[in-house]
Each structure stands twice: as structure tokens, then as C-alpha cells.
Design a protein around this ligand. Sequence first.
Ligand SMILES: *Cc1c(COP(=O)(O)O)cnc(C)c1O
Length: 840
Amino acid sequence: MASPVAAAASGGAAAAAEGNTVYIPISELKELCTKSLSTLGYSTEETAVLLDVLLYAQLRGNNQGIIKITTGGMNRAAAAAPIAVERETRLSALLNGNAQAGMLVLHRAMTMAVEKAKSAGFGIVGTNNTSTSTGALGYYAEQVAQQGLIGIVFAQSPEFVAPHGAKQAIFGTNPIAIGIPAEKGPVVMDMATAAYAWFGLLEAKTAGRPIPGDVALNAQGQPTTDPNEVLSGGAIRVFDRSHKGSNLALMVELLAGPLVGAAVADKLEQRNWGNLLLAVDPELLGDAESIRARTQVVLDRVKGAERLPGVVLDRVKGAERLPGVDEILLPSERGNRVAAQRASSGMVPIEANLYHNLKVMASKADAGSTGKAAATAGASASKMKLETLLLHPAASSVTDPYDASGPPLYQTATFGQPSATEGGQFDYTRSGNPTRTMLEEQWAALEGGCRALAFTSGMASLAVVTKLVSVGGHIVAGDDIYGGTSRLLASVVPAGGVSVSNVDMTDISAVKAGIIPGKTQLVMVESPTNPRMQICDIKAIAAAAHAAGALVCVDNSFLTPLYQRPLDLGADISMTSGTKYVGGHGDTTLGLLAVKDAELGKKLYFLQNAEGAGLAPMDCWLALRGLKTMSLRMERSISNAEKIAEFLAGHPLVRKLNYAGRPQHPGAAVHAAQATSGGAMISFETGDLEASKMIVELTKLYKVTVSFGNVISLISLPCFMSHASIPAEVRAARGLPDDLVRISVGIEDAADLIADLQQAMDTALADKRRREASSSSSSGSASGGVSGSSGANGNGNGAEGAGTAAVLVAAHSREQELVQRIQQLESQLAGLNGQVSKPV
Ligand SMILES: *Cc1c(COP(=O)(O)O)cnc(C)c1O
């Protein structure tokens, strides 16, 4: 039953397994098709008929139908005139299609034949002069059978198929469909008399695939697997490669060709194709109800039903299945199941490019309309501000049948496949997950890239970027970079046979000098740098890198595309640690890459999948939620940061202030040219490790933690925390002082944040002055205490400051209180292995 014949007859089903399939709601497909057909000039009534025929095929897993719309197969002939009834009796009619669409003409023939069969018991209608395909004949046979009538349909088409024993094509693919009413619903056969679909040849040609070896001949009459050979003068064979199939094809040709006035030669050029449709009322031959019941008995016997409830016949036996056969399928049974499943899920698969083309075509119908769909569809969305796109992303390739206002969380590892041979859009979450796709698509749009990829962390994404460099290659990176990146480049990348140079990225001549022609494949940039907030000229660096054929990756974690757009500035890859402002709440880690080159995107996707570094669904969901408030959070944090920077600039304990948003910043001009904000990260030096530690410790609203971009404010000593993995000598050489304090400004009230910082800094300042006074009055006290306890990573490199003994000279009670507080802190610190923690 499930023979190659069925496969050939169902046309594109198998072919559709190739390529990228997306699932969309049936309602959306209908809307897109309706709009697209309207652009071809069909009336509303005509469009409804065409859509019905096309969807019948599409829902059954045969995408021959819809593809006709976008590939010109449904175009209205310029010469099209109204369908004319040229002959008519009570039982018959002949229609001149007058170059109208085949589906419209055959539909009209069907309606007439059914009317005749209902009134006179029999209707036969022939059609000629149709200029486009009639679509799946099974549609018409089923429609007739649904009316309780027997439907028989033939179609003739241009020369594609060779008669048995011949090498030239004479026949069309000449399908036959028969629909017969039965008790459990009509049984419908729809088969071509050809061994392979014409559409299948075109698909194989497009995909560069061979066809099976025994379905077609080349121009010399030899079997071939090359579709091009068949298309240039060869022929498809009949379905059974024997005289029987050939005879059947001939009969179809005669019934749907000469009988109805269609072309009998040069059929492709003449565009005069024919159909024959018969509708027969079973009542002509017996009691219709009993015929339906008895028909069902035969069907059940074929299926091998053991017991046949409701059947009065005695001792009917079903067919016994051969070993290894699970089920005997009736004609159309497989397609019916697929259609039923799609109808119940409301979703239908469609090849991704076809979907895209359909959307483009439909959008032409939208032109000028101001409907909701138009407002959020692709092109118009790109004109919107990023702040809006964060909340209203452009239409995703992931469609949600329930139109949920929050993104659906697909917390699953695997996805069922539509069939054993057909792959859906998703199969395994490592390779792809709808929630991740939604995040990646939205991020790509925000970055102005063509593709984005989400990883389990910023470092996972950067690790994948470094994999783009081949063995023997070279990477140029900055000398003031994120600690984790520094570790990756120093301790992981070299083991893979890739060398790394760290250069002063603020100096374009140092960057150029660091690039080794023919060897440097990647330049990694941060700006502002972490933690010293140095500014690097992204455009100039990109130009220098590209001149040497190297890729440029910009770590944009500090600013996100809201405030700095690396891809627009010439970078090939824009990287963002989404752990920071995207997640925004310190509750998830993730990394995002965006690219503007599809090929590069493919390479990165390959690595994401191969290494299994893709972000898990729940974290994608958190990131998607974070995006909704990202601009609000960043705006508030930045405005707070600007005020705090002002305060710090005036505080006597601040020896050097690093904030990219201040005009005094040495990189201010470059920064202003490439970014629209100074961000919410500030760092400063006090010149005194003791004082820096006290500030970090004594603030109450700033959590002592690594990372940044949290809604709450954070404070850290990078040398002991985020950047502790950089050896002390390297830090010293790079000018990264131990006393550097880094603040990530949150969204609290600015005045509260400043007051809190002020009390901590004033206390630290008083302590510093006291220490200075005591060390000048009592020299020789051993180093110990706080500075001695800071050696967590072997980095406690003797900041100035003596012990606590000297402070005992305090006279004032307020001072005594402070001294006690400091002692308390120090003893806590001494036990903490240098990793500072917040006193309660
Ligand atoms: C945090 C950070 C990273 C690493 O991101 P994770 O998500 O922590 O792996 C990379 N670069 C910069 C600038 C960062 O701040």
C-alpha cells in the first residue's frame, strides 16, 4: 500500500524534508496566502477557492500548493477571460477555461457536476484552455465524495512522461483521483501515473540532489539520476515502469485531452490543458446507505480489522498482515492523519525561504494599511527606536498559537518530528530551542546584525569566538581587559596553538604594531575597558584589523547596543555579557554574540551546537524578560552614575577618577564619537589600599560582589575579585593598581547612594589621616593588620599602612568609636583569606 506510487502521487511531501522548516499557525498561513493572492489580482471569491485547494495540499504535507503562489505558478494570465460554458446538457458540460487558473476552472466543473449528479444522478464535465495547474486532484474527488457522490477526476498536462518502451515524453504526469463515500468517511485515491513528480525534479535540481536511479531517462533514453539531464530532453517514466502503467497514463491522456478539447501536442507552449470530472450518485445502482456500509466492510477488511462492529454480514474476515507490517494504509490515510494533527495543533510546517517569500509578497498587500500586523512587521520595525524594539520585537520565526504576551518557555530537551523522514524546525535543544531563537532574533535586531547567538555565559561566547582562529594563528587583545578574558587568552587559547599579544588598545599605533600580517586572525577590543574605563577607537582598530585580514570582536558588555553599536562601527562580532545589563538582576549568566555576516554567523552557530554552549531555555526566558526593562534600568543607573562621578570628583580621597562620561576623561572625544553614554561603571584610585578597602567595606547600599549591571549597586576591589586571575606582576605592569575601587551603579535613589558612599569615604579618609599622623610619630611598627591579610591570591603587595597600634592615642569619643569599628573590621578581614565580605 505504502508504495513508491503513493510517494510520487503525494508530490512534494518527501522533498519537503530538505531545507529549513518553520511551523506557523494555520491562521497566519491563510492570511499570508490571502494577501499574496490578492496581489495577483484575484477577487475575494476566487481567492477563497484557490486557498481551499492550496491548503488541502499544504495541510497534508504536500507543499506543492503554497509554493505556486510565490514562484509565479498562480499568476493570472493576461489573456484570462470569464469561464465559458460551451456545451451543456442535464448530465454534462464542457467549459472553456479561457486561460483562467486551473483551480478555478476545475472547481467550477466540480460544482456543476455535483449539481447535475444531485438532480439527475450523474454529471460529467470537461474543461479545456486552463493555463495553470489544478493542484491536488484529491481535493476535488474528496469534495464530491463528501456530498455522498462518487467522484472521478482526470488531468492532462504537458509532455513530461515517456510511454513504456519509448524515450521521448508524450504523456503528462496524468493524475487520477477517485473519491468514494464510505461509512467512516470517504476513501480518496490521488495518484500520478508518473514515477516521479515534475516538482520533485525541480526541487532536486535546486538542491543539487540526485533523483532515484529508476524513475527517469536522459535524452538518449538511458536511466539517469541527474535531474538536469531529465529536464533537458529526457523523460520521467511511468509509475510501474511497465506497459500497465503506460496504458493507464494513455487513457488519462485521452480522457482529459482530446475528449475535452485540450492540446494534443506541444502542450507546454499551447497552455491549453484539460480535465475531466465525473460525479455519480450511487443511488443509480442501489441503496446509497447500504453501499456506503458495504464499502466500509471492504475497507475494514483491507485494513485487517478483526471485528467489524455494526456490520450485519456474517463471518467477514480482515486481511492478515504479513510479518513486519504494522499497518496497512488505505489511500490518503497517511495524509488525512497529518492533516488532522495539523488541524488540531493549529500549526503547519512551511519551508523557511518559502515562508519568507510569502511574507514579502503579503506585505505588498499591506502597503498603505496601518493594521497591527503591519506595524510590527520586519521592515517597519527596523525604523523604531531600540527602546521600543526591546518591548515590541519584530515578528519572530517562532510563532505562538496563543499569542502569549510573555515569551513561551520551552523547557524541553527534545522535540517530536512531524514524520520519520521530515525534520521540524527544532529537534534538540542543544541545536535549537524556540525560546533561544526568540532571544537570538531579538538581539540580532537590537544589534543591527543579521544573526545573534546566545551562550551559557559571556566567557562561553568569547571562547567560541577564539575558536575562529586556526592553529598557528594569532590574536591581538588589549592590556586592560576583563579578568576572565585575560585568563582565557593566557591559559586556554595558547594550548590550542594560537598565540596572543596584549597591547595598549588606546594607542592605535600599538595596535598596528601588534598585528602580525598573515598571522593575526582576530583582534579583541573592549571599550570602555574593564576596570580602568579606558577608551579604544573601535573604528580605527577595525580598519587596521581588516587591512590585515583579521576579524574584530568588540566586548560591549559595559554599554550594550543601546549606547554603543560595534557592528555599525566596523566590528565583525559584537559580544555582550548578558549576565550584566540584559539579565539585569544578577540571577543568570549568559553571553550574546551578534554578527552582520551570515557566513560568520553560520560558523559561530556550528561551534555553539558542536560544543554545546547554547543558552538553556530558562535562562533565555530570563534574558527575554530582562530585555523589556533594560533601557529603563540602564537609563536610571547611568543618571545615578553621572551624579556619583561628580561627587567622587570632588572627594579628597579620590586620586584618579575613571568615568567614561566625564569631559575630563582622556578618551572623552573618541568615546563621544562612538558611544552615546558614559555608562554606569565607575572606578577610582585612592592611592591607599587600606582606604579603598574601608570604602568597599563601609558602604551599606553597595553589595561587595564581582560583576555589574545589577539593579542593586555593587562595589569591588577588582584586583582581589574580578581581576584576581591576572598575576600581580602583570597587573602592576598594566597599571592596574590594587587600590582601584570599582562601582557598578544600580537604580536606587541617587542621593541615598551618594550619602552612603560619602559616609564610607569620609571615615576612610579620617582613618588614612590618622594612620599617616601615627606613622610619622611612631615609626617602626611592623607591617601586618589589614595589608598583611590581603594576600588571598599572593597579591598583597605592601600597600602603605601600618598596623592598628598607633591609633590608640585617640582622645575624642567619636574617634574612639570609629577606631573600635575599624578594629572590628580588621579582625573580620584577617580571618577572611583576603576575599572581602560585607560586615553585617
Ligand atoms: C562579565 C564580563 C565578561 C564575562 O561574562 P560572563 O557572563 O561572566 O561569562 C566578559 N567581558 C566583560 C567586559 C565582562 O564584564
